[in-house]
Design a binder for this molecule. Structure first.
Ligand code: G3P
Ligand code: CA
Length: 323
């Protein structure tokens, strides 16, 4: 009996690994007769579990994994000395104590709201590591540091997937190759390399994704991020066909899915996955709460996953009615 149970568990494990590997097949993989979308609803934790811990830090990544994230999303940029770190903004003042640590290192800002700015590209990694990236969120996170890409991978490997956003890569020559080299060093540069740590790359910069897919020929899945203001040329049949030429999916601002009735059908026909952003409990309109909002997108609009600040609010899988 015990042997039979063990055997059944192994079969389930192998099946789930197979499904996940199929779902993550890159642009150079075998043709997909059935879009992988229907097999899995991805829970993507936006900048980690960023509603509950400081964004883009190891505590937020770890908490997201504990809350069951399929992937943890984070943003990558270069420091002054060309090291890859996790930071959303191009500057440090919103999420660190840079103003106190380096009071004389700012540049003039362009607006009254931000009269002085401390750009990441003006600071070396050693300097960045002196900054506190946790206290701004909650004093209990005092001493939390901005992680490097390598430290981010180490914090998540075996716990969750990596949903890597290259932020403004046009400003950081060579970041695509350097990112792939780091993934290779960690044994994560191919789909299915570590079934517990799937990897996906996304960016708002189409040219960077084209470089990754066509020149660097990464087999990893790629999503094209698109905001509502820039959506018009991309949601047409021609626009989506162009996306298909360099990506395996689309990460649209969620209103794009809501406002374009044909988008999901067209994406399905092309085999593109759709993972909209950003679902957050602190900004829900038209729904009772963020769980209800995510339920609508997953079960009614039929998206393949949600990118959310609140991974603990992911709705359960809808049960299939018995005929
Ligand atoms: O993953 C989608 C989302 O991260 C894109 O927006 O500005 O939060 O990086 P942003
Ligand atoms: Ca992001």
């Amino acid at each position: 009996m015990r042997l039979a149970l063990k055997h059944a568990a192994l079969v389930v494990l192998l099946l789930s690994i197979d499904l996940r590997a199929a779902a993550l097949m890159g642009p150079t993989g075998p043709p997909q007769t059935q879009p992988p979308a229907r097999q899995k609803r991805w829970l993507v934790a936006h900048r980690g579990a960023s509603a509950y811990a400081p964004e883009n830090t190891v505590p937020a990544f770890r908490l997201a994994a504990e809350q069951g994230a399929t992937f943890v999303e984070f943003d990558l940029r270069f420091t002054k000395d060309g090291q890859i770190v996790c930071l959303h903004d191009d500057s440090l003042e919103r999420t660190t104590d840079v103003e106190a640590v380096f009071p004389d290192r700012s540049r003039p800002g362009a607006t009254a709201a931000a009269p002085r700015r401390w750009l990441l590209e003006d600071f070396t990694l050693a300097e960045v590591k002196r900054l506190d990236a946790g206290t701004w969120f909650d004093p209990k996170y005092r001493g939390t540091r901005i992680p490097t890409f390598a430290e981010t991978i180490d914090s998540l490997k075996g716990r969750s997937g990596l949903f890597i956003e290259l932020k403004s890569p046009e400003r950081y020559a060579g970041i695509e190759k350097m990112m792939l080299d780091e993934l290779k060093a960690k044994g994560l540069d191919r789909p299915g390399a570590d079934p517990r740590t799937p990897v996906l790359i996304q960016s708002f910069t189409a040219s960077s994704l084209e470089l990754l897919a066509k020149t660097l020929k990464t087999p990893l899945p790629i999503h094209f991020l698109v905001g509502a203001r820039d959506a018009a040329p991309w949601v047409t049949p021609e626009g989506l066909a162009k996306v298909k030429s360099f990506a395996t999916g689309l990460s649209p601002e969620k209103v794009i899915v809501r406002d374009n009735a044909d988008l999901m059908k067209r994406a399905r026909e092309l085999g593109l996955l759709v993972t909209p952003y950003t679902f957050r409990a602190s900004a829900v309109t038209g729904f009772s709460d963020v769980r209800a909002e995510m339920t609508h997108y997953l079960d009614v609009l039929g998206v393949d996953g949600v990118i959310t600040d609140n991974p603990d609010q992911m709705p359960p899988v809808k049960s299939t009615p018995t005929p």
